[in-house]
Design a protein around this ligand. Structure first.
Ligand code: HEC
Ligand code: HEC
Length: 348
């Protein structure tokens, strides 16, 4: 038995070494790098075709803050995902390059590397794809229409800067700078936007003193009486699923959210459950920015959402809460702040 095991292990090792990259390639990929993770949560899944390295993260960090890569050079990714506003922009609906009015509110960036489907409607299956969407769409304005630059042309602006040439080479080895590499670097950086420092995780890790008594009562209401955890579940406070809670369904032409992507009528008006981390800073609320304050947003949810044909009444029911209970619930939500650990980099 024992002998068999030794042989099996040696065999596996031989296969492993045979598959390992040649030394030259290994050098190009630079030193291994471990993305930070949410305390107490599983490690992030990193796609096999874009292993995370420090060189990619450093490059993506600079690109994320650089306005030169938007169509009219007025916006960086960071412009709409700002630290003081919980990594959002403080607007009901975002305004992109060329002052383009967008149709939805900017969501927070906390822990996006854990999501399998990006955007309110989940239309992007990876961060790499999401970057190309943001670049070629209204956000960054590299649409290639009406005389505006294409994504390739926006990326070429970075390629023309010496410091970026070096950074791309450090991350991807010699060769042309492509939009795929650009997206791979930005995605790698975004995988490091992890909420490592928050009272919420200390509390969940067993530190009872991390939350005030009111916030602890609020958490009880959140998870038991009001069952907000039916959707805002787990450490990340989201089930990463799509639900219709009725927001914006009374508009003349409602945003069909997930339904417009999946073409499944049952998902009409369903949006991805947002995390509630840093929620005290991300007003206005909901995908259409229709709730000006946290108290208003909570009121909508406590009352069981807004009536419409597709309301998810299985998971969302009106909760009969006293004013004191609602106050505790809000106190809990306000305790979900995150301390930002990423600084603005020097740009080349
Ligand atoms: C003009 C403001 C604006 C700019 C600039 C912008 N974003 Fe966003 N971002 C948004 C809005 C609005 C959404 C939500 C869009 C939707 O769901 O349809 C969003 C969504 C996202 C998401 C999805 C988050 C989630 O929870 O699913 C990611 C990731 C993201 N942006 C990253 C970026 C990156 C990277 C860049 C730069 C290449 C960028 N953003 C530039 C406004 C902006
Ligand atoms: C059926 C699933 C579900 C339940 C249950 C639920 N929510 Fe939500 N919540 C959502 C979805 C989906 C959104 C986004 C809706 C939109 O913008 O269209 C949301 C949005 C929010 C927002 C605004 C977040 C932001 O970033 O704009 C807050 C605050 C909120 N919920 C709090 C609560 C509270 C408190 C409870 C319990 C009383 C609760 N939710 C119960 C699914 C749910």
């Amino acid at each position: 038995m024992n002998r068999f095991r030794i042989i099996a292990v040696t065999g596996a090792f031989a296969v492993f070494t045979a598959c390992a990259p040649a030394p030259q390639e290994a050098k190009k990929e630079a030193a291994p790098y471990k993305a930070p993770s949410v305390p107490g949560y599983s490690d992030m899944e990193i796609p096999a075709d874009n292993p995370i390295t420090k060189a990619k993260v450093d490059l993506g960090h600079m690109l994320y803050y650089d306005k030169r890569v938007s169509g009219d050079q007025s916006r960086s990714c960071y412009s709409c995902h700002v630290k003081e506003k919980g990594l959002t922009d403080g607007l009901a609906k975002a305004v992109g390059a060329y002052e383009a009015k967008l149709t939805r509110a900017a969501p927070t960036m906390w822990n996006v590397g854990y999501y399998k489907q990006l955007y309110w409607d989940g239309r992007a299956p990876s961060l790499e794809r999401q970057v190309l969407g943001a670049m070629g769409g209204g956000n960054m304005g590299c649409t290639g229409k009406d005389g505006r630059p294409t994504v390739d042309e926006c990326v070429a602006r970075a390629a023309g800067v010496d410091g970026y040439k070096k950074a791309f080479e450090a991350a991807f080895g010699p060769g042309p700078i492509t939009k795929e590499n650009f997206a791979a670097a930005l995605a790698s950086f975004m995988r490091t936007i992890v909420s490592t420092d928050s009272a919420w995780f200390k509390f969940r890790g067993g530190d009872q003193a991390a939350l005030s008594d009111g916030a602890k009562r609020g958490y009880q209401i959140f998870s038991e009486k009001a069952k907000c955890t039916n959707c805002h579940d787990g450490l990340l406070l989201t089930d990463q699923q799509f639900h219709n809670v009725g927001i914006g369904m009374d508009a003349p032409k409602p945003d069909m959210g997930r339904g417009a992507i999946s073409k499944d009528e049952k998902e009409s008006g369903a949006f991805k459950t947002p995390t509630l981390l840093d929620i005290s800073k991300t007003a206005p609320y909901f995908h259409d920015g229709s709730a000006a304050t946290l108290e208003q947003a909570v009121d909508v949810m406590v009352k069981g959402g807004k009536k419409n044909k597709w309301l998810d009444t299985t998971n969302l029911k009106a909760a009969n809460l006293s004013n004191a209970e609602v106050a505790d619930l809000v106190e809990f939500l306000k305790s979900l702040d995150v301390n930002y650990t990423i600084a603005e980099p020097a740009l080349p």
